[in-house]
Design a protein around this ligand. Structure first.
Ligand SMILES: Nc1ncnc2c1ncn2[C@@H]1O[C@H](COP(=O)(O)OP(=O)(O)OP(=O)(O)O)[C@@H](O)[C@H]1O
Length: 364
């Protein structure tokens, strides 16, 4: 845990970058510092690894004041990733990644193994990339090497300052997704500075919204989106706050049980149903399609009368409610099925359920 206690930073009399902040960054989570330009995000980050010295207060890592620690060992225990990477231009990718392991005097074979492992982790084929120079890399590749370098000696803490800020929007989203996957595996304590709200919502376990050197709200993304504490936070989250919130909720939380029929059975199964359409499943509860209750030709076997699903109309358990809503709008339907990779049907998510969810938010 990283604890800030009444931390202040005055660069000079006119510039108070950070004003008396007290908060705790939980271990093994990703905490985002977000806020407008000049609000003190980078200063807050750099005080953790003592690139910037606080004017007042103290910062504790697992109870130990960073001021009391040997600065070199403090920094070796903290990976650091910045915008435009800061790779050493005359050193190969391999040597860039090996910087800290070499300082720690690791054996050559251990370093080689670690470099290959990290290149694979960040999605770069070791044999093609290890000997390249930074100038031979694209922006996205360089950023991946930056992440690999920060992870090299397996530090428990990683500080990231706008790490994906300098790449195009598509590459950025890809890097975010890959990074989210890496964090799911490694569970590092990460402090991540950005001014991109979508990035924050995509990656954060917790978000600290900063303004003029203060933390206005420190909460989970869900809480900040559902219950912004101040007008500034509300406005900063944007007018599509409700949609952003849906992007954090997995469909699995809102799956409804619903009527289904056995595709190999007969039409009597429908009985007196009030539904307009019903999902048709095979004997192993795999989704085969859907049946229009009033307009199907009941002379035919169900298998021949049903409508098969298009791939884009089937949600997987890791889809978000926002994705579900977007696909319903695209396909003009009011409910979509959620299906496991194996094809097994889990239930449906409906437009009515999503409306209920957003309505209950407004009423809170
Ligand atoms: N080395 C410095 N000397 C003097 N003032 C500084 C220094 N570094 C930052 N500042 C000032 O401190 C304030 C906070 O800066 P900081 O870089 O922490 O903000 P930020 O939220 O990270 O901004 P941005 O998103 O633009 O990077 C700003 O007013 C900035 O001009």
């Amino acid at each position: 845990m990283i604890r800030f206690e009444n931390v202040t930073k005055e660069y000079d009399e006119e510039t108070v970058a950070v004003r008396d902040i007290t908060f705790e960054i939980p271990s093994r989570e990703l905490t985002v510092l977000i806020g407008p330009s000049g609000c003190g995000k980078t200063t807050t980050l750099k005080m953790i690894n003592r690139i910037v010295k606080p004017s007042g207060g103290r910062i504790l890592i697992d109870g130990e004041d960073v001021k009391e620690m040997d600065v070199m060992s403090l920094r070796r225990g903290i990976g650091y990733v910045i915008q435009n990477v800061g790779l050493f231009p005359h050193m190969s990718v391999k040597d860039n990644i090996a910087t800290v392991p070499k300082l720690l005097k690791w054996e050559k074979s251990k370093i080689e193994r670690r470099v290959s492992e990290l290149l694979e982790l960040v999605g770069l084929e070791p044999r093609s990339y290890a000997n390249k120079l930074p100038k031979e890399l694209s922006g996205g590749e360089a950023q991946r090497v930056g992440v690999a370098r920060a992870l090299a000696a397996d530090p428990p803490i990683i500080l990231m300052d706008e790490p994906f800020g300098a790449v195009d929007p598509l590459t950025r989203v890809r890097l975010q997704d890959e990074f989210a996957r890496i964090q799911e595996e490694l569970h590092k304590t990460i402090v991540f500075v950005t001014h991109d709200i979508d990035e924050a919502i995509r990656l954060a376990d917790r978000i600290a919204v900063m303004r003029a050197g203060r933390i206005l709200q420190f909460d989970t993304p869900e809480e900040i989106l559902a219950r912004p504490k101040e007008k500034f936070v509300h406005d900063f989250m944007g007018s599509d706050r409700a949609l952003k919130r849906l992007s954090r909720i997995p469909v699995t939380e809102y799956i409804e049980k619903c009527e289904t029929i056995d595709v190999d059975g007969n039409w009597d199964q429908l009985g007196m149903t009030k539904e307009e359409f019903i999902w048709a499943l095979d004997e192993e509860r795999r989704l085969v399609g859907w049946v229009d209750v009033s307009h199907s030709n009941r002379e035919l076997p169900i298998r021949e009368a049903l409508t098969e699903m298009l791939e884009e109309e089937v949600l997987s358990p890791d889809s978000t409610v926002k994705e579900a809503l977007s696909r319903m709008l695209e396909s003009g339907t009011v409910a979509l099925p959620v299906v496991e990779k194996s094809g097994r049907f889990l239930g449906q998510i409906s437009l009515a359920k999503i409306q209920e969810l957003t309505r209950s938010d407004r009423e809170e």
